[in-house]
Ligand binder design. Sequence first.
Ligand code: DI6
Ligand code: FE
Length: 401
Amino acid sequence: MKTLWHHCHVATMAQGKYSIIEDAAMVTVGSLIEWVGPRSQAPTADYAQVHDLQGAWVTPGLIDCHTHTVFGGNRSGEFEQRLEGVSYADIAAKGGGIASTVRATRAATEDGLFASAEKRLRSLLRDGVTTVEIKSGYGLDLANERKMLRVARRLGEALPVSVRATCLAAHALPPEYKDRADAYIEHICTEMLPALAAEGLVDAVDAFCEYLAFSPEQVERVFKVAQQLGLPVKLHAEQLSSLHGSSLAARYQALSADHLEFMTEEDAIAMAAAGTVAVLLPGAFYFLRETQLPPMEALRKHGVKIAIASDLNPGTSPALSVRLMLNMACTLFRMTPEEALAGATQHAATALGLGDTHGSLEAGKVADFVAWQIDRPADLAYWLGGELDKRVVRHGADVTV
Ligand code: DI6
Ligand code: FE
């Protein structure tokens, strides 16, 4: 079905720039974009539908390329305790922190996890998100990582959003492997990843490379197995210290390295050469009251593509809006609104291995877009949350969330 969308301005985000076409029109055929350009040059055809977008600004659908949307319980109680003066160490000693989310996730049924994640995901979608990545990593054994990944797959079937599922079994050490991190890594490599990949539940493999999680050597063992299974890798790196996980990720042609506050210029050079996207997570930076800024100048100087994501998770970034993350990327990291929007469209697509099909409005790409009733694209990074008047189109058809 050929459809004409007109009476709009388009920020195509091609090559990660606004690439604005004023007084534009777009032609979609089924779920794909066939043509985008000035309205005066729109091809004449027998359109099955013609949509007047009433002067809207059209952008690609937003892409949240790093989330932990599926988890049991939440940690607002710990948040409150910390603000009442209880130390993080005390909370952790009483089984709080990631361990409490692992217990709650293991205790939840698949349907229970689905129901709670669905609410959070709908919040992201109401903000214009059409593609989202969802990680496992709170199950930490085969049955519970499978349960999380199945929920991620089901969310993509039930809601109008494309879901990429990432296996983050190497997120934290499960209690049954206390003081036996190498044995847990071995279990991931020989049992969990092969089984979950064979079940078609994994689109990419991630790990947490940090002194309080897994070492670069341990991460590399996971990456080797991912490579053997034909799965792309990503990495939580340089969030709290500099272990050069981002350089390791680059050596494995990782889709992305994420967080990166403590990365060095050498890491940036390695990532640029490998085409590994830098995914910055301003929600976690803000929530942890981090002061070490990611090295924006080094990333720009070496041409590393920069994505922005919510990191939606119960411990360090309970963020339910990608547009709020765009604002934080600008205010906290001094990114421009154009860079921030590219970070939640074209570069986010690349961070998911979808750069050729998603993330910009160009002929041949998937017709996922948002028609925003705003004055200019910078509005998307300007307002602090809330809801903007808009129309969301996915695969060439209107969606309501
Ligand atoms: N980095 C983070 O900030 C989260 N995971 C990670 O690898 C923390 C997750 C949590 O605290 O639940
Ligand atoms: Fe994360």
